[in-house]
Design a protein around this ligand. Structure first.
Ligand code: TNX
Length: 561
């Protein structure tokens, strides 16, 4: 990782600019977006034609779905989205539907191309009603996010707003470019509550993000209770990265019930959860917790043999330092601990993937042979749980043997045929698939601009800042030479946690950049252009504001406020 520079930026004030901005906006709700010929949807649909004659949602509107069907659940979701602002009852009804109802139908999608059944949908809106058809409940859920955006921005108001609640006459046929559209959240560097994560699930799923990758362990904290190893959270969950001159910030951890609750909440928003406990590096919290756990009957009485870090005995380090900790591949205790972690987290998670980390172990800490030995011993623990291994792209390096179809997450900013793209090529050579998250286009923890107040975020991948344009203007399918959509299964925005301490700070770095990434992951490359994207993103400003979502009002965007 030569050349990577990191620093922890002390957070001087709590987003003074953004908070003042939000208060100003919410005290005078913005006017609705002027009716335009082409509604400003994000992510941009594959195809949309605009006809004549608006649909108007009224107190009499029913949302119609077959009883007992999966469509019924999504119909309830739609009603729940629309009731607070409209104040209408919007009952979910059965039967064929009447004139001027909204109908959700499973099947009846001849316009969707073969292979697009999983998430595609077809939407028809006109004066006589709205019909949304999809082959799956997930497709319907994607379609109702589009319906929300077709309504005036005030539909996001938490309290009754005046309307009128019109939907322009459109015919939409829509489906994603990639099946994996992820948002990664690091709850290890700073503890975040289940409630914070659920709020982010609401916000990400509105833009058709379908995967939540939870980074639940790192040097500074271990955040989910693991049965048999209570010290992992009792000791490992105590702190977070220190900010504002503190040695350490408050920590915390989730019970397994908390985790299950978040996974269920994500599933209800058609997001699957990929857990990550980093290994063999980035795990000082595990080492600090288990080093003295000599009486644990699951261990062999000699737990100090897990420690291959630069310090022995290990010591806490609540700065943002990386590359100093590692667990030893020669220790059976290492794999006893990882077996417990992997089996318990896998059993509670919905994603087909389990992320074993694998990043940033300097060869001075573990040689490549020892690194590969660790990974090769851990991979079968993952596959034994019925999960597909996923890891940061170093996982594909010399000596490792991930099964074909395993996932490499490419984070290096290097593009084209730079020698630093080696991990992507190694992954392809091992028949792995790739999730693209190059740090200078997808790391949500990087600053928008060098001097942008408030003072949040890191700069190592973006010394000049990475604003919305940087997140939008790249193509995952041609970023690295010879790594194409044959290999790439999707994109992910990574929200690392060193500088962010609460929901508001996370939101500020995530939005609006995750919205740009949602379009990178959804919309065909040929249909994307930044000039066309900006006014559509601008239309999201009032929606975010009314929903209470903090965001950076970048000057790149002509906000409709
Ligand atoms: C790199 S690249 C990391 C994280 C840090 C992040 C900060 C990679 C897989 N790991 O450990 O939090 O940079 O930007």
């Amino acid at each position: 990782m030569a050349g990577r520079r990191r620093c922890i930026v002390p957070i001087a004030s709590l987003l003074a600019t953004a908070v003042g901005y939000l208060v100003a906006m919410s005290s005078s709700p913005p006017a609705s977006a002027a009716a335009s010929a082409v509604p400003p949807l994000v992510p941009k649909p594959v195809s949309m034609t605009v006809g004549t004659g608006d649909f108007t949602l009224t107190r009499q509107t029913h949302i119609v779905a077959a009883p007992g069907s999966a469509a019924r659940v999504v119909a309830e979701d739609l009603a729940a989205y629309l009731r607070p602002a409209t104040g209408f009852p919007l009952p979910v009804a059965s039967g064929p539907g009447r004139d001027r109802d909204i109908r959700l139908v499973l099947g009846d999608t001849p316009e969707l191309p073969t292979g697009q059944a999983a998430e595609g949908y077809v939407l028809d809106a006109g004066a006589t009603g709205v019909t949304l058809a999809a082959d799956t409940a997930h497709g319907l859920f994607n379609g109702i996010q589009t319906i929300r955006q077709l309504l005036p921005a005030q539909i996001e108001s938490r309290t009754t707003a005046p309307g009128p609640w019109t939907i322009p006459p459109v015919h939409v046929v829509d489906y994603p470019r990639y099946g994996y559209r992820g948002f990664m959240l690091d709850i290890a560097r700073h503890f975040q509550t289940p409630e914070t994560v659920m709020r982010l699930i609401d916000e990400a799923s509105a833009y058709k993000i379908n995967t939540l990758h939870l980074h639940v362990s790192d040097d500074q904290g271990f955040r989910i209770v693991i049965d048999g190893f209570p010290d992992l959270t009792d000791i490992g969950g105590q702190g977070s990265v220190g900010t504002d001159g503190r040695t350490m910030d408050p920590g915390g951890f989730w019970t397994q019930q908390d985790y299950r609750g978040v996974v269920a909440y994500a599933a209800a928003h058609f997001m699957s959860v990929v857990p990550e406990v980093d290994s063999p590096g980035h795990n000082n919290a595990i080492i600090m917790s288990e080093y003295d756990d000599t009486s644990n009957p699951l261990l062999n009485g000699d737990p100090p043999d897990i420690n291959c870090s630069v310090h022995n005995p290990p010591q806490w380090n609540f700065t943002g330092d990386v590359g100093f900790s590692a667990m030893c591949p020669e220790s059976e205790n290492s794999f006893t601990i990882y077996h417990a972690i992997i089996s318990q987290l896998s059993a509670m998670s919905t994603s087909p993937y389990y992320h074993l980390g694998g990043d940033e172990v300097p060869s001075t800490v573990l040689t490549q042979d020892r690194y590969a030995a660790f990974i090769n011993a851990e991979l079968p623990l993952v596959t034994a749980q019925g999960k597909i291994p996923m890891g940061w792209a170093e996982l594909a390096g010399p000596g490792t043997n991930p099964p074909a179809g395993s996932i490499a997450e490419y984070w290096n900013p290097a593009s084209g045929s730079s020698p630093d793209t080696a991990t992507a090529h190694e992954a392809v050579a091992k028949d792995m698939k790739i999730v693209m998250a190059p740090a200078n286009h997808a790391y949500l923890d990087q600053k928008y601009a060098p001097n942008t107040p408030p003072d949040l975020g890191l700069t190592w991948a973006c010394p000049d800042g990475c604003d919305v344009d940087q997140f939008y203007n790249w193509d995952p399918g041609s970023y690295v030479t010879d790594v194409t959509d044959q290999n790439v299964i999707g994109v992910e925005g990574a929200m690392w946690g060193e500088t962010v301490r609460n929901l508001s700070e996370v939101q500020y770095l995530v939005f609006p950049r995750l919205i740009a990434l949602s379009e990178v992951g959804w919309t065909p490359q040929a249909a994307r252009d930044y000039g066309g994207f900006l006014p559509r993103l601008a239309a999201q400003g009032p929606r975010l504001t009314l929903a209470g979502t903090n965001f950076y009002p970048t000057p790149e965007v002509p906000w409709e406020l």
